[in-house]
Each structure stands twice: as structure tokens, then as C-alpha cells.
Design a protein around this ligand. Structure first.
Ligand code: GTP
Length: 332
């Protein structure tokens, strides 16, 4: 957990506030943040987005921030740490150069990758000799996917570490679970992190939670080995825009049916006859496809259309491409 509770830094402390937003792959970080930005919850904010894969899409989904910095292709709690520290130092430099306090950013929100340990990120920021003079990490918010969290907490050490690092736990997707599951999850979170504030949201919008029924039992939390099933890694597949979409849809459904426990997250933007389509799944749950706005060529950026990222474990990356080609009869 961060060493300060939200808003606890004194007014006289002019350092920039930083919110770390963590949570497991597909747990709803971007959706929650998008809503907070829409309602202006963070004031003048710069968003730093870190995605595990080299094909980012989250920055395209975030709207109203003063600016967005994208750190793609390396998790900020480990290999991407130097890039994060450099990006934060740059933002601090830029803020220091502004003389009028009114022009200055109020806050940075760092959306971590779903594979990051927010505690390690907070520690890295708080021990950096430059950043410590410019930034106060005043809250770690962690989104918790109400559909999948109990299964993740039973088997994923990372999922537990993310919960333990939070000052505020935001239960997402509470529209999609029954009340008993939700109560069990709340009781389990209390065991893992009794000090955290627990809130709920539906697509980013806050929802009041009733009191937890007394005596609600938490789910068992057996010890789990750190690398029991190997690391979770991203695999990128290029999708030919001329692909047979019926065959592709069938392939994806079959893949999720057979390997949905190993395939934690699928995400990407492909150009289809209907427009730029955002395709995403979380475990076996396929999300409604979303048409994204066209990006003018002059805004050419790091985003790559026609690439889908598969994040998971327990399969050989080359087998994914081979099976897609087999199904669709195309080389990609
Ligand atoms: N039903 C429902 N779906 C949600 C809710 N919040 C998010 N989702 C869906 O869950 C999927 C993942 O949401 P994201 O916000 O992209 O999750 P994320 O944590 O940013 O994902 P990564 O950055 O890939 O780890 C999307 O398809 C969302 O539409 C919610 O409250 N209810």
C-alpha cells in the first residue's frame, strides 16, 4: 500500500500527486479510468498507460486527459521500469518549467499493465532520488473483476499481490455476477487486504454496496507456487484484413472454449468492412465488439491495426498462428 492515504498530503506540499491504477488483465482498469476522466474526477491530469504488449489499444480508448504517455511492450514493475522513471522525470521537468501554478498538472494517473505488481511500482517511484522531490504517490487503486477474481485469487500469486497493494479496491463487472458471489469476493478481499476501501462500479460508474451480510465466509486461499504454470506472455498475430471473418470468429470461439483458462486476455484492433473493430476477450468472456474512430494518417502512432495480442500461458506462440492459418486457410 502507498504510505499516504488519499488527500493526506498537506496543502503546502506542492509536489504532483500520482495515482497508481492496477488490476489483473482485463479487470476493467481502462473502462474505470475512462469514466473518471469523463466526469473530471482527477482535475488536470496526465495519464501514463503501460501495456504488457507491444500493440497497445488502451490509449485509444481514453479521452479527456491533458496528455497521454504510452509505455508499451514492457511491464513497468520490471523490464519497463527505467522507461517509467524516465517518463515521470520528463513530466516533472515540464511541470517545473511552468511558472504559474494554474497551468500546472494536478495529477498523474499511471494505468499499469495487467501483469504488473503495483506495490513494486510504488516502491520504485518512492525510492527514486529525483522523483521523490516532485511526486507524492497518494493512492493505489486496484480494479477487481467480479466475474473472474475468485478463480484468479485461488491460483494466481500476482492477483493476490495486486489486491494486497491497494488502498482502494474497485469491484468491476458487478452487473454480471450474483449477490452471493459478490459477497464471497468481498469477504475474501477483506482477508487479503483488511485496510483497503472497497467500492463497486459498473462500466466505471460508482455503485453503492449494501453492508456485507455478517458471517459471510471468504473463499479458501490455498498457498500457490509463484511459477506453477509458467509465466504469462503476450503473442502477437497479424490478421489479414481480407480474412474470412466467419472462419476467424469460429476459430476464436473454439480456441476460447478449449484454452480459455490459459488464454487470459485477447485484445486488438482489426480493420473490417464495418470499420476499425476492437476485439477483446477476458478468459472465456467475449466482449461486445466496439467500432473505434478512424485515426487520421498524420496522427500515425505506435498503434498497429490488424494485430491481435493473445496473452496467456501453456501453449507455444507459433502454434496459435499455425492453428489460425489452418482454420482460415490463409497465411497471415
Ligand atoms: N459487464 C461489464 N463489463 C465490463 C465492466 N468494466 C469493464 N468491462 C469490460 O471488460 C473488458 C475489459 O475491460 P478493460 O477496461 O479493457 O480492462 P483492462 O483492465 O484495462 O484490460 P487490460 O489493460 O488488457 O489489462 C472490456 O470489454 C470492458 O467493456 C463492467 O463494469 N461490466
Amino acid at each position: 500500500m502507498t504510505d499516504r492515504t488519499p488527500g493526506a498530503a498537506p496543502q503546502s506540499d506542492t509536489r504532483m500527486r500520482l495515482t497508481v491504477l492496477g488490476g489483473y488483465l482485463g479487470s476493467g482498469k481502462t473502462t474505470w479510468l475512462r469514466h473518471q476522466l469523463h466526469v473530471g474526477a482527477f482535475g488536470r491530469v496526465h495519464v501514463v498507460v503501460n501495456e504488457a504488449a507491444e500493440t497497445p489499444v488502451d490509449d485509444a480508448l481514453l479521452g479527456r486527459a491533458e496528455g497521454i504517455t504510452l509505455l508499451a511492450g514492457g511491464c513497468c514493475c520490471c523490464v519497463g521500469r527505467p522507461a517509467l522513471i524516465a517518463a515521470l522525470r520528463d513530466l516533472c521537468d515540464a511541470r517545473s518549467r511552468l511558472s504559474a501554478a494554474d497551468d500546472r498538472l494536478d495529477r498523474i494517473v499511471l494505468e499499469t499493465s495487467g501483469l504488473a505488481d503495483p506495490g513494486a511500482i510504488v516502491a520504485a517511484i518512492q525510492t527514486d532520488p529525483v522523483l521523490i522531490n516532485h511526486i507524492v504517490v497518494d493512492e493505489t487503486v486496484v480494479t477487481v473483476d467480479a466475474i473472474h477474481a475468485l478463480a484468479q485469487l485461488a491460483g494466481e500469486p500476482l492477483g493476490r499481490r495486486q489486491i494486497e497493494a491497494a488502498d482502494r479496491l474497485v469491484l468491476t463487472k458487478v452487473d454480471a455476477v450474483d449477490p452471493v458471489t459478490l459477497d464471497t469476493l468481498r469477504a475474501t478481499l477483506k482477508v487479503l487486504n483488511p485496510g483497503a476501501v472497497v467500492a463497486a462500479s459498473v462500466r466505471g460508474e460508482g455503485l453503492a454496496l449494501p453492508p456485507l451480510p455478517p458471517g459471510t465466509a471468504p473463499a479458501p486461499l490455498p498457498p500457490v507456487a509463484e511459477d506453477a504454470r509458467g509465466p504469462i506472455t503476450p503473442t502477437r498475430l497479424h490478421i489479414d484484413p481480407g480474412i474470412d471473418w466467419s472462419a476467424f470468429t469460429l476459430w476464436l470461439s473454439a480456441l476460447l472454449y478449449a484454452r480459455g483458462d490459459d488464454l487470459v486476455r485477447v485484445k486488438g484492433v482489426v480493420r473490417t468492412p464495418a470499420g476499425r473493430l476492437l476485439i477483446q476477450t477476458v478468459r472465456r468472456v467475449v466482449q461486445s465488439p466496439e467500432i473505434l474512430p478512424e485515426v487520421p494518417p498524420e496522427q500515425g502512432d505506435m498503434r498497429e491495426d490488424d494485430t491481435i495480442v493473445f496473452i496467456g500461458r501453456g501453449y507455444r506462440p507459433e502454434d496459435l498462428g499455425r492453428s489460425l492459418r489452418h482454420f482460415t486457410g490463409r497465411t497471415s
